[in-house]
Design a protein around this ligand. Structure first.
Ligand code: R5P
Length: 292
């Protein structure tokens, strides 16, 4: 039996207990576990994140730069805040010693050869918990052929996530023929947030992106898109952050760069330190030269 404790005296009656709000927009009413998972994705100091998306294989197979994730991605993963990937790649290829945020792809079905909006949920919550995921990502095809089902995939995942403290990232997927303007993205992002997504991934648009972030009550991370020159990608990330994004989720603009670590570090400067794009590009070039 331990000796009975003599009650301490350090009650600090003069110091009120901290009642700080949570650092992420719109997330203060979430439960502790959910917030703790989000704090593994978003850096609590800057309130932002650099996510590295490598989940492309779930619908388009071994994408350029992702042919060998063990060789091309595992070594660069520690330079991002979070990895976005499938459970197949996680189990087969990512070392369990990886200790940063993990966002698991949770929807899927059609390949690039078919109608992409024809998705179902593709991951059970129990497996996501077993894999220690920090959040689950689901595509939402607003205006797409299977719009309602994709929204239903998201809301079912949100309900399961609420039960277990797992945040859901809604990814606004845009069909080839759809108009990528602020009106569309305001609609898509707001629907995702209203229906329970903890945060939303969406594309940057040069006009009106600030109205997309302003009208979405939860954090938005900017999607990367196809490979563009590094300066352009850094400029896009900078503009998105300055216009209210809480981070980026970039894939090809990182892993298809000739020097992906330099690019990740430069994006980190833009996201976490508000470094302007020209300066970030100079930083990228210097870092790239050291890496070569
Ligand atoms: C997009 O919907 C998927 O999640 C992609 O596989 C990935 O996130 C796209 O990344 P990026 O367009 O930056 O290469």
């Amino acid at each position: 039996m331990p000796e009975p404790d003599k009650e301490g005296k350090q009650f600090h009656q003069d110091i009120p207990m901290s009642k700080e709000g949570f650092f992420l927009k719109g997330c203060n009413s979430l439960d502790w576990g959910m917030k703790n998972r989000l704090a593994r994705i978003f850096n609590p100091r800057s309130g932002r994140t650099v996510m590295l998306a490598v989940d492309h294989g779930y619908f388009q197979g071994p994408t350029t730069g992702l042919e060998r994730i063990d060789l091309n991605i595992v070594p660069i993963a520690p330079y991002a805040d979070t990895l976005m990937l499938t459970r197949g790649i996680l189990r087969s290829t990512l070392p369990p010693s990886y200790n940063k945020g993990i966002v698991l792809r949770a929807s899927g079905g059609p390949s690039i050869l078919k109608e992409l909006s024809d998705e179902y949920l593709a991951l059970d919550m129990e497996d996501a918990l077993r894999l220690n995921a920090s959040a689950l990502a689901v595509q939402v095809f607003i205006g797409g052929e299977y719009e309602t089902r994709s929204v239903n995939n998201m809301t079912r995942l949100v309900d399961m996530g609420m039960r277990y403290g797992m945040p859901v990232l809604a990814v606004t997927a845009v069909g080839k023929d759809m108009n990528r303007d602020a009106r569309y993205f305001r609609l898509a992002c707001r629907m995702c947030a209203e229906l329970g997504a903890a945060y939303v991934k969406t594309y940057y648009i040069p006009r009106g992106f600030d109205t997309v972030t302003a009208s979405c009550p939860v954090p938005i991370v900017m999607a990367g898109g196809k490979k563009i020159p590094e300066l352009d990608a850094l400029t896009m990330a900078y503009n998105a952050i300055q216009e209210g994004a809480s981070g980026v989720d970039m894939g090809r603009n990182i892993f298809q760069s000739a020097t992906p670590v330099a690019m990740l570090k430069a994006v980190g400067k833009v996201v976490h330190e508000d470094m302007p794009p020209r300066e970030a590009y100079e930083f990228f070039r210097e870092t790239a030269n050291q890496e070569r």
